[in-house]
Each structure stands twice: as C-alpha cells, then as structure tokens.
Design a protein. Structure first.
Length: 146
C-alpha cells in the first residue's frame, strides 16, 4: 500500500471506528451516572495518559506558542462539544443514535473552514464536495428524524 492509502486508513478509518466506539462509551457512562464535570475530567485524564504514552514511544519536543493556542482551542471546543452531548443525553433523554448523525455534520464545518482558512479550495473538486455535503446533510437529518 502507498503512503496516501495508509494515511486514509490511519487518519480516516481508524478514527471513524474509535470515535464511533467513544460515542457508545459516552452513552454508557452517562447512563451509569456521572456528573458532567467529572465526566469531562475523566476524559481529560484519559487523553493525558494517551498523550504521555505517545510521547514516551515517540518523543518530539517540537513546540511553539502559536501551536499551543491552536491546541488549546481544539481542546476547549472538543470538551464543550462533548459536554453538550452528555448534557443532552442525561438532561433531555436524547438518543445517541440520533445525536451522532447530527453532531457528525461537524465535518461540514471543518470542510468549510478548511476551504477558507487553509485555501484548500484550490485543490478540491467542487462538484464532488457539494454532492458529499448534500448527502451528509440529508443523511444526518434523515437519521435524526427517525
């Protein structure tokens, strides 16, 4: 397999499986009973453990303040999004099977921002992108209304 194929497997397929599994754990944890703050702290501890293991296995001291700011933004937006999901599960009895298709429309936000902020529009097939966006939107709406 070539490098690009490995990139799609490691950066696309495996995260899809892991994020799907993480949503099952989110539902199970919140159904078992955990405070919202402790829920996010527990996730943070797990993230810190994984980060430590990766650092020990593949040390890299590359650092910049700009990267730190962006990483903090990633962590804040991800933690707040995860807290919103947990809150909807516990306080509003939302079903994970209907929430996931909705919040996974986040790919459209990332695509639009990537096109704009990183000028990725230069290397994209606009027709395929538009078709995919329509399918994501229709699919998410359809599943959420089931």
């Amino acid at each position: 397999m070539n490098t690009q194929t490995w990139g799609l497997i490691i950066g696309g397929l495996l995260p899809a499986l892991l994020f799907g599994l993480s949503n099952v754990f989110a539902k199970a944890a919140n159904s078992a009973g955990i405070g919202l703050g402790l829920y996010i702290i527990s996730i943070g501890v797990s993230v810190a453990v994984v980060g430590t293991l990766i650092y020990l296995l593949q040390p890299d001291d590359t650092f910049s303040m700009k990267a730190l700011v962006h990483t903090a933004g990633l962590g804040l937006s991800w933690a707040l999004g995860s807290a919103c999901i947990a809150y909807a599960l516990v306080k509003h009895g939302a079903k994970i099977s209907t929430l996931v298709p909705l919040f996974n429309m986040n790919s459209l936000v990332a695509v639009l921002l990537g096109l704009w902020l990183f000028a990725e529009w230069k290397d994209v097939n606009a027709l395929k992108l538009l078709a995919g966006a329509v399918l994501i939107t229709v699919g998410g709406t359809l599943v959420a209304s089931a």
